[in-house]
Design a protein. Structure first.
Length: 139
């Protein structure tokens, strides 16, 4: 693969630390959610960052395939990233992505989500690695 763009971020202090990018567009404090035994704190966490990236990327892919198929949609993507134990020492992620679309019927919404799965790099990266469910909603 020839890279068209490379993002870089640096984390310090683990889940109670900070994550930043060299251009300072991202400079966020991290905190462990209470559900994972942490303080809750005012910071974000890796799961929220992953959910943000996946939903934004999938929305871009969905709008691209909609345009390629002559569809004019308005879309909102909600990504839920779940974290849980997969063995006594380790953790595993699962994702549920909901794509709400105005401008198409349910059959077309389902079709566009399937096509977007083949375009979105996050979908490709997670395929076969973690459980990802996709839900299309024509609204």
């Amino acid at each position: 693969m020839k890279a068209l763009y490379t993002a870089q971020a640096t984390a310090q202090g683990g889940r109670e630390g900070n994550v930043s990018t060299p251009d300072n567009k991202v400079d966020l404090n991290l905190s462990v959610p209470e559900e994972l035994g942490g303080s809750g704190g005012n910071g974000t966490n890796p799961e929220q960052l992953f959910a943000s990236g996946f939903s934004a990327c999938f929305d871009g892919a969905l709008n691209l395939v909609a345009d390629q198929n002559g569809e004019n949609i308005e879309s909102t993507i909600t990504s839920q990233v779940h974290i849980g134990k997969d063995n006594p020492e380790g953790f595993k992620l699962a994702v549920h992505l909901t794509a709400e679309m105005k401008g198409v019927d349910q059959a077309k919404a389902d079709e566009l989500v399937e096509k977007a799965r083949n375009v979105c790099p996050y979908s490709k990266a997670t395929e076969g690695n973690i459980e990802v469910t996709y839900e299309a909603k024509a609204v």
